[in-house]
Design a binder for this molecule. Structure first.
Ligand SMILES: [Zn+2]
Length: 251
């Protein structure tokens, strides 16, 4: 099935893009492969920000407002990638995936690989896996999830909406939404905001300011963070794996 552009529709705004074949073959050498995505209800056009609802299982659609062709597919990046890729689906960067001199736009990003010298715009959730390696200013995301066995330190100002911690996070964390510390998760440093959930079995060591005073601190941090031009945050983050080494008989 080939999609033909509507007459009068703007040219593909993404420029050259790497599209995997409709049915990628196992062992194919392509950098990016597509995956199917469950039907998505609420959509925001990545060209004009218009929001609308869509039902059904499709891999692309058109924005009813600006007519841009919108990709809804999910992609996996499993090798070096220098392509521009825009989708309303999710992008997954595997441990072998390296994104450099590139631009990505996606609703969700799952990062186990490396991102450098790129702009990555995530509309919803950035999931950080052990082994992830990135420059702070390269990635913009409202929500963050730190996976189990992932240990991450953020030295520069860390302001997000919702943060869910299964792994270990070392930072002073400012949240405009909810911070959820899952059983087995750990936060060292501080947490400021309006909502904090700490599950039984989680570790929290640091300053905790939750409530109106916490939100006031977040507001202050946001102002400070806005003074950072996004590309100026050159802090490199290398996420360690804390998975226990496999048991050996040599003891
Ligand atoms: Zn649009």
């Amino acid at each position: 099935m080939r999609q033909t552009p509507r007459p009068g529709a703007p040219a593909s705004p993404a420029g050259p893009r790497l599209r995997a074949p409709q049915e990628p073959q196992a062992g194919s050498a392509s950098t990016i492969s597509r995956t199917t995505l469950p039907p998505r209800q609420h959509i925001r056009c990545y060209e004009c920000q218009y929001e609308f609802n869509l039902t059904g299982r499709m891999t692309s659609t058109h924005c009813p407002k600006c007519r841009a062709s919108l990709d809804l597919a999910g992609y996996t990046i499993d090798a070096e990638c220098r392509e521009i890729l825009k989708t309303l689906g999710a992008i997954k960067i595997t441990p072998r995936g390296i994104v450099s001199s590139s631009a990505l736009v996606a609703t969700d990003l799952d990062l186990a690989g490396k991102v450098s010298e790129s702009t990555v715009e995530v509309f919803s959730l950035l999931t950080i896996q052990p082994g992830a390696d990135f420059i702070r200013g390269n990635i913009r995301t409202p929500d963050v999830k730190l996976q189990p066995n992932a240990e991450m330190s953020l030295k520069n100002l860390a302001v997000f909406r919702n943060v869910e911690i299964y792994g270990t996070l070392r930072t002073h964390l400012y949240s405009t939404g909810t911070v959820t510390l899952r059983a087995g998760g750990a936060l060292f440093g501080g947490v400021y905001g309006g909502h904090l959930v700490v599950e039984d079995g989680a570790t929290l060591i640091g300053e905790v300011v939750i409530g109106p005073e916490g939100l006031a601190r977040v507001e202050k941090a946001q102002t400070q963070a806005a003074m950072y031009q996004r590309d100026e945050n050159s802090e490199r983050v290398m996420v360690l794996s804390t998975a226990p080494a496999p048991a050996t008989a040599a003891t």
